[in-house]
Design a protein around this ligand. Structure first.
Ligand SMILES: *[C@@H]1O[C@H](CO)[C@@H](O)[C@H](O)[C@H]1NC(C)=O
Length: 428
């Protein structure tokens, strides 16, 4: 062999080796703690067993076990081609046993039409559910025996995953809504997607799609799915044309492969921002008069709401919370929103002339508190308040503007006609 060729080959081998060294650690993440949850005994109790998951790829079948492991911990090597479980943010993890089975639903029937189930179905399968702290990402996966590992029971692979980018979705009443759900199914061409809605014990199928036969089997009006993104990217999101109050509840995105299923649930909270008014408006009172302030809060959703009255006396820099707020019983509007009145009683004191009363509302529909304010005017109390001074200033400003405008007009009026004609010519 010519020396130059030897050098080339060695260089190539070195490059390959360094490539392997660099890529190997990336494929192996830190062990991931989980719990295996099962019902045991009679009467039934919940048993939780600590589990350690080590993510590997299929080519590296027997990686090193972690050095520290509590006794009684189960260890699994998981190959995750979906790459959905390899996020460092996941804080809660739960595993349960998964029983592969045929599903007697029209949109799932075709997936198992041959009635020949693979022998691996007889082995142990697991469902895995992970969420991150902020509840932004959640994944449900089905794990089964890794084929390359033969009959090693501690080597698992992800076969199906359903994931979503939100656990709770706040939906504005009257607006369109997209409920996020993704499906990872590997190379398996047979799949189905089903969306269900559950609210107060009631459940119904909103949408069902047989992806293998490319057929919509169930479809309620107002709901759609995008099949091109479903087939190309696994995006199984459900679109709602217009959010109504009755759309609140739990949505289940259920994904099927032959004999397997994974589901994600999403909570939908329908929000509508309240309309506020603080009465009486304007707020006039005689000295010593018993007054009732009414804060009308209407057309909001959901029902939970907090209302406070604040008072800022003249000369004070910040308002203070007033005790003694009462609430009316709530009314239900035709569109499913609520209305309620809040009351605050007080005795008008002359010293409170110019005080600012506010009604402050906190509600899920708005990240900031909402408020309405009225200035208390006590009859017979003289002396301009700050507001009066501001009004005077604004009036004089307007008057000045008006007068200078008039002044210019009058000057124009008294100009010679020749000057005016010159101007018009220029314009033309
Ligand atoms: C589906 O999604 C694709 C890509 O986002 C978009 O171009 C297409 O218009 C969508 N189809 C429907 C029917 O909304």
């Amino acid at each position: 062999m010519i020396p130059s060729t030897i050098y080339k080959v060695t260089a190539l081998l070195c490059a390959l080796a360094s490539l392997l060294l660099v890529s190997a650690p990336a494929s192996q993440a830190d062990p991931f703690s989980c719990w295996l949850v099962e019902e045991v005994g009679s009467p039934r109790t919940i048993r939780q067993t600590p589990v350690l998951l080590i993510f590997t790829d299929e080519s590296r079948v027997t990686p090193e076990p972690p050095v520290t492991m509590e006794p009684g911990t189960l260890l699994f090597y998981v190959s995750d081609p979906s790459m959905k479980l390899l996020s460092p943010d996941f804080s809660s993890c739960e595993m349960t046993f998964h029983l592969p089975q045929e599903v007697p639903l029209n949109w799932v029937n075709s997936l198992t039409a041959e009635k020949v189930s693979p022998p691996s179905l007889g082995q142990t399968w697991y469902s895995l559910s992970v969420k991150n702290d902020k509840e932004e990402v959640a994944v449900s996966a089905v794990m089964g025996p890794l084929r390359a590992a033969g009959d090693k029971k501690d080597h698992l692979a992800v076969f199906l995953a359903a994931y979503s980018t939100s656990v709770t979705v706040y939906a504005q009443l009257g607006k369109p809504l997209s409920l996020p759900c993704g499906l990872w199914k590997g190379p398996q061409p047979r799949f189905a997607v089903e969306w269900r809605h559950r609210s107060q014990g009631d459940g119904k199928v909103l949408y069902a799609y047989d992806g293998w036969r490319d057929r919509i089997e169930e479809e309620l009006t107002g709901y759609t799915m995008n099949f091109s993104t479903l087939h190309s990217k696994g995006d199984a999101s459900l679109f709602l044309e217009k959010v109504e109050a009755s759309h609140e509840g739990t949505y289940l995105c259920i994904t099927y492969l032959p004999y397997l299923r994974a589901q994600r649930d999403i909570q939908v909270v329908v929000t509508a921002k309240p309309q506020l008014s603080l009465l009486p408006s304007p707020l006039f009172a005689r000295p010593g008069e018993e007054m009732t302030l009414t804060c009308e809060i209407s057309h909001f959703h959901p029902l939970e709401i907090s209302v406070d009255f604040l008072l800022q006396l003249p000369g004070e820099t910040s308002p203070s919370l007033q005790p003694g707020t009462s609430l009316s019983t709530h009314g239900l509007n035709q569109d499913g929103t609520y209305s309620v009145n809040a009351y605050h009683r007080f005795t008008a004191k002359p010293a409170h002339h110019g005080a600012r009363y506010s009604c402050l509302v906190n509600h899920a529909s708005s990240s900031k508190p909402m408020s309405r304010t009225q200035n208390l005017q006590i009859a017979g109390v003289s002396g301009p308040s700050i507001e009066d001074g501001m009004y005077l200033f604004m009036v004089s400003l307007l008057l000045y503007g008006f007068l200078s405008y008039l002044h210019r007009k009058v000057k124009l009026f008294f100009r010679s006609p020749g000057q005016v004609n010159d101007k018009q010519k220029k314009v033309n």
